[in-house]
Design a protein around this ligand. Structure first.
Ligand code: GDP
Ligand code: IMO
Ligand code: MG
Length: 469
């Protein structure tokens, strides 16, 4: 069977940690979408690993696969692998030949489009990793795939078509001079003119292709995973991002450009939906909510400059206080960008939507320890929109932004020794927290597989292993 890990909110729900906990039984851990916009944290023997591309299971000796639904920046991949080698690990990572390649010009274009949008206050607040422009080229049938890097003639042809277009876009549409742009602004390792130079790109990417080939890293993803499964191995699918920023099911256009929902796991690995659907689908839920970037967040507490929309957030003194408390207790600062995350109370309409979109068989609820010590814990149970009560989010983002959360209050739970709780099991979780967890499970009609009570693997209360579900 397979176990698919899906973010049920806006990303950063603690997916990496749960992959680490339940990846124990897996032989292969495959990412199915996204790229180095992800930041997944795994804490192992006191060592913290922040991974943006290498699948979380690779830290523990599992085979990591970047599926065909991913967009891969080879520079980041090799940097991350080299850094892990320096820390004494030897991760085995394979990359789908059908995955698309992020080029330096994609990062430049990501930055330029955000700049233009920011003039009208409609920037998404992307991670600047070139994700959107790369998926655009994939859908536009002008992308470069990992397999193309291994064949110099094909690579030449692909670049010959796409690079002049990109140069013309910058020079003639944006009206900018490539020489006047600073590579540092886009975090690229080549100069901006080189990022738009066919020959320079050819040399650099051919070299990446050679390294991929020498290290035997490329695979025909679906066939590879099917073969492993036929040999009796277990596959875990590691989602990145979350439902709220899914390009179809999220707050479009304030989204990423892929499908983090469970359907993405089938398309993005080449295993069929029946395979994914016969397995477990685990919704990762943070006990409150966070968001990086702009877009609606009806239960938001406080206000983060440059991210919270002008009308959004509870900007009362108490709202700000709670936001700061939760942000600091939970370490809610972006893994990739270091930006403070927007925070708010749990949003049940959003979770109901996520459960519908992915068909969760069970949940892992993280950060229950972070809320400890609060007198009252609130949940946006429903929304009110134009005098009507809604159980789930409206389909248009503008309407979503107008929704007012209708709260339910729970008595808070005390700060306790969470490692003891993790050792002792579910019944040792403070009673009021159990009530809160029971409410979430009942509303989403899903079992609870695990409860996160701290950042490490040992700080997890395991209720049921999804591989046994
Ligand atoms: P991901 O992107 O979904 O993998 O999540 P991130 O790694 O971006 O963010 C989750 C952060 O919360 C990391 O720093 C984790 O170590 C931490 N974390 C995960 N689960 C828990 C938990 O149950 N309690 C606490 N206190 N921290 C957690
Ligand atoms: P993990 O896997 C949280 C957000 C960005 C931005 C929007 C689009 O760690 O949960 P992009 O660079 O993807 O085009 O940005 O999506 N975003 C994330 N937010 N966690 C992530 O990944 C994210 N990946 C992208 O902040 O709002
Ligand atoms: Mg993250």
């Amino acid at each position: 069977m397979t176990v698919t890990i899906v973010g049920s909110q806006f990303g950063d729900e603690g997916k990496g940690g749960i992959v680490d906990v339940f990846g124990e039984r897996a032989d292969v851990v495959a990412r199915y979408q996204g790229g180095d916009n992800a930041g997944h944290t795994v804490v192992h023997e006191g060592e913290e690993y922040k991974l943006s591309l290498v699948p979380s299971g690779a830290v523990r000796g599992k085979i990591g696969v970047l599926g065909n639904g991913c967009v891969v920046n080879p520079a980041t991949l090799f940097d991350e692998l080299d850094a892990l080698h320096e820390r004494g690990l030897d991760p085995d990572v394979r990359v789908a030949e059908r995955a698309h390649v992020i080029m330096p010009f994609h990062r430049v274009l990501d930055g330029l489009e955000e700049d233009v949008k920011s003039e009208d206050d409609i920037a998404v607040g992307t991670t600047g990793r070139g994700i959107g422009p790369t998926y655009e080229d994939k859908a536009g049938r002008r992308g470069v795939r990992i397999g193309d890097l291994l064949d110099p003639d094909v690579l030449r042809d692909r670049l010959a078509y796409v690079v002049p277009q990109k140069r013309a876009l910058v020079e003639q549409v944006y009206g900018l001079d490539l020489d006047a742009l600073d590579a540092e602004d886009f975090g690229i390792e080549v100069t901006v003119p080189e990022a738009f130079d066919e020959d320079a790109l050819f040399e650099r990417y051919r070299a990446f292709g050679e390294r991929l080939a020498e290290e035997g890293m490329t695979v025909n993803c679906g066939a590879f995973l099917a073969r492993r499964r036929a040999e009796g191995e277990q596959v875990m699918m590691e989602g990145a991002q979350g439902t709220g920023i899914d390009i179809d099911h999220g707050s479009y256009p304030y989204v990423t450009s892929s499908n983090p929902t469970a359907g993405g796991a089938a398309v993005g690995t080449g295993l069929g939906p029946t395979v994914v659907g016969q397995g477990a689908v685990v919704g990762i839920v943070k006990a409150y909510i966070t968001r990086v970037g702009t877009g609606p967040l009806p239960t938001e507490l406080g206000h983060v400059e440059g991210q919270t929309p002008p009308e959004g957030g509870d900007t009362s003194e108490r709202g700000q206080e709670l936001a700061t408390y939760i942000r600091d207790e939970g370490g809610e600062y972006g893994t990739v960008t270091g930006r403070p995350r927007r925070v708010g109370w749990l949003d049940m309409p959003m979770l109901r939507h996520a459960a519908t979109a992915s068909g969760f068989t069970g949940l892992a609820v993280n950060h229950v320890d972070t809320l400890a010590g609060l007198e009252t814990v609130k949940v946006g149970h429903t929304y009110e929109l134009d005098g009507e009560e809604l159980e789930t989010i409206p389909a248009t983002t503008e309407k979503w932004a107008e929704c007012e959360a209708q709260y339910r209050e729970f008595d808070g739970w005390p700060e306790v020794d969470w490692s003891e709780v993790a050792d002792a099991g579910y019944d040792a979780i403070p009673e009021n927290a159990q009530e809160y967890l029971g409410y979430i499970a009942a509303e989403l009609d899903a079992d609870i597989y695990a409860v996160g009570v701290g950042p490490g693997r040992e700080d997890t209360v395991v209720v049921q292993d999804p591989f046994d579900a």
